[in-house]
Ligand binder design. Sequence first.
Ligand SMILES: Cc1cc2nc3c(=O)[nH]c(=O)nc-3n(C[C@H](O)[C@H](O)[C@H](O)COP(=O)(O)OP(=O)(O)OC[C@H]3O[C@@H](n4cnc5c(N)ncnc54)[C@H](O)[C@@H]3O)c2cc1C
Length: 469
Amino acid sequence: MQSVLSRLVDAVGPAYLLTDPADMAGYVVDARRRYLGSALCVARPGTTEEVAAIVRLCAESGTALVPQGGNTGMCGGATPVGARPAVVVSLERMVTIRDMDTVNSTITVDAGCRLVSIQQAAEQAGKLFPMSLGSEGNCQIGGNIATNAGGTAVLRYGNMRDLVLGIEAVLPDGRIWNGLRRLRKDNTGYDLKHLFIGSEGTLGIITGAVLRLCSRPTTSITVLASLNDIDHVLALLDALRDVFGERITTFEAMSHNEYELVLCTHAQLRDPMQVHGSWYVFMEITGMGTEDPHAAVEQFLSHHMEYGHILDATLAQTLAQSENIWRIRHSVTEANLRAGAAVSHDTSVPVSQVPDFVRQSEYGIQRAFPEADVYFVGHVGDGNIHVIAILPHAQCTAPERFAALAQQINDIVDQVTLTLAGSISAEHGIGRSNRMRLRRYKDPIELAFMDAIKAVFDPKNIMNPGTLL
Ligand SMILES: Cc1cc2nc3c(=O)[nH]c(=O)nc-3n(C[C@H](O)[C@H](O)[C@H](O)COP(=O)(O)OP(=O)(O)OC[C@H]3O[C@@H](n4cnc5c(N)ncnc54)[C@H](O)[C@@H]3O)c2cc1C
């Protein structure tokens, strides 16, 4: 191992190879602190060629590699856990915006660019990069691509898969694949980039990408509404689509207990609602050019309040009011962490099945665990709803006990998901946490092809072993 280490030092330079456990501490634990691993070293390459040199050395010695972006993933996929010594490859030094082409509406970037930096670069060029996540200040575009991230604007702009035109990646044998094409149309057979999107670091290390940019809306309206029940939430979505169509960027929902929990745990947030309900909807509606949908939105809201579909609605009048509303939505993860031991799910079902999913999963969990609080929040416009069961901390002090309880709750939620033809992972991926659930619920034919693809790319199984497959 020593020889691999010393050759890695040569490849990236001593300043960029961490071996001291204290220096590596932040790279071997996941965002939710569920996995604590250890690494042979953490390599922080500055160029694609350096990444390739690292991978070649690891391929020769059969050493495992764990690609790491911003380390904000929810499933432990970027944490080196397991008996095999692994090299963590952090892309954090690869932060160059390589090209901005406003006529082609594309930006070409290093994979280590943080999502927020790409949003800012697009804004400076008068464009929009629409991917938006609660973690955007820390996550990297390489991680977003490797997890096929979703977020709050999927309804209008799609998920990461819809925003990537080209990819550059280092393959598990150290070759560099330059697929940085800036084309909207390219029908020349199998599309390799789509295999890398959502591959969670198991097929290679993404080092660069060409991303699609969009036109910037000129008006953006934030609305928070309270409603009586989840059926009204879906009815509102349907009605909103009929009137505003593509202008709806975001349609998120939250159960009342989650809303209360966020406000209780975040004293700096203000409750903008006069009348509370069982559910809250967070919406963003945009206008382009000279179009200003304010009057139409106000008319829509008063019509639906008059008919009792909406209990109350507030339309942000200032940037501060809008930010307060979105902070309520984005403070959920933190609030849940403070409330107890959280078992959360990242389910998607057909949009029309969301109410059934909510009712059936809540009933199933509360019947088996009357002491659990069941919360809901999610990107309901995409059929992606996170159900979160929070158990009292005292019940879960031993990690094995928590794991056993989590498994029982997963089984309940997964059975409902299966019945409603949904997916156990809408946007967070599989990582280490959900491998067994994937084996259980994914179609056997698809699983067999996934295993076969992995074997073709990575016959030595050095790329992120123990994640996804
Ligand atoms: C507060 C909060 C809110 C969030 N909200 C959302 C949300 O709304 N929607 C959503 O989809 N996710 C969300 N996430 C999860 C997370 O931010 C995303 O999954 C994100 O895309 C991960 O990016 P990352 O750079 O942090 O990747 P990491 O966590 O570092 O890695 C994730 C996976 O990608 C692989 N990987 C990372 N970089 C590369 C690379 N360059 N090449 C190959 N493989 C790589 C890793 O090996 C790992 O398997 C949220 C997380 C937090 C903490």
